[in-house]
Design a protein around this ligand. Sequence first.
Ligand code: ADP
Length: 466
Amino acid sequence: MTLKNKSTTGIRFVVLKYLLPFSLIIAIVVVTGQTVFFKGIYKKRVSHLLQKASNELIESFVSDDPNKFSKDVTSYVIESNIYTCVYDSNHNYQQSVINMYRPNYNELEVDILLDRIDNENKNNITETIDNKKMMCSISKVNKNGISYYIAVFMELLPIDAVVATLNIGMYIIVIVLLSLSWLISYYVSLKLARPLKQLEQKASLLSKNDPNLVFDVKGYDEVESLSETLNYANKEICKSSKLQKSIIANVSHDLRTPLTLIKAYAEMIKDISGNNPEKRNEHLDIIIKETDRLTSLVNNILEISKLENNMELVITRFNLSKMVEETVLAFDILSNEGYVFKTNVDPNIYVEGDEEKLKQALYNLISNAVNYTIEKEVTVNLTFNEGKALVEVIDKGNGIPEDKLETIWERYYRDDENHVRSVVGSGLGLSIVKGVFEKHNLEYGVKSKINEGSIFYFVIFGEKMS
Ligand code: ADP
């Protein structure tokens, strides 16, 4: 596969941009290290060896055992290729001391070094001689009151030639490294870019709201997790577009029904019942009821959008017992229709939270209980135990099937079959309740038994004041 994108910000270029300098730096470090440091390190090492040998040989030279010196000299020649010569105070080579293993060196150069030891009043000089082919370390020794010079020699390897040979190898390695960088960048870019390209092509279909669109691109962890994220995003996009459609359908339906009724009854008043006070009042009541429904629907929609737009809670400390009683009292008007509201409220329970929002949530729960109760009886309990206040709204309705217990909290979920009261809900009530409780991080839920009724509840931390 060839990459279509040849821009200078493509993966291949980026990989090459980082690999090339890296290879170049390695090559430069290796070549300079070889030429600059190799020679120096080698010379230092030889000089160190010579110094060590010199010290040992001086020790055995001045010792009382005459055989030790010649034994040490011999072993240095055999083991380390280090040759030893001894000179007297007049710089004469001492045949008598050691007459074997005399290295091939330039007498004159050694003479100059011997002179330098005397002139510079030094005990030791270590220098390269014989056109840098040999290293020599000369030390001045005193034995039985007479001065001697012990010189140790070691031939140096032809370092320049070795380095030059190694350099040729290095240049080849540099070329190989650079070619490898190019190849690696090409391969890596292919490996990295291919799945990304595939994802990019599929991602362009996200706007189509296709629930069958699946991102299953494999390759490496990041691409796989990006695939998962895109799958999730697609699911959410499809869900939200479905929801959007259903919201528009529901809202327009819910708005149209009361509007049609309001218009119809207003026309009726104008054309027919205007002069008949009894009929007119009946029709006006319907208009008022429908207007109330519209207001409640619009309020619910506003409430949902406030919750969705992450509206901050206004947290205060308030008397929950009072709030519960007040909320139940708001439904008192329904006692005219035969509804019975029972309360069992533990007094003086104080909690912290957004009073208005919690009141709205409780109102929605009671209003649902009213809408779904069959025996026209609704009970609201507030009990307090171990720092926790439990609020329950209990109805004696048809109950909720087990498989619906989760879905009822979803926006626009509505089961019209169970609706007992004539007021048709918006399907937003429980969704608002859920939003409010979750924003407060409260424990909440519903327990229900078919044909017996439901208990909606929430738990909030609080304090009982005496
Ligand atoms: P609605 O306006 O339809 O009541 P909600 O969001 O308040 O909308 O409730 C969603 C659904 O949950 C209802 O349609 C109903 O099926 C179910 N539901 C809510 N409260 C009760 C209840 N107390 N008893 C039985 N079902 C309930």
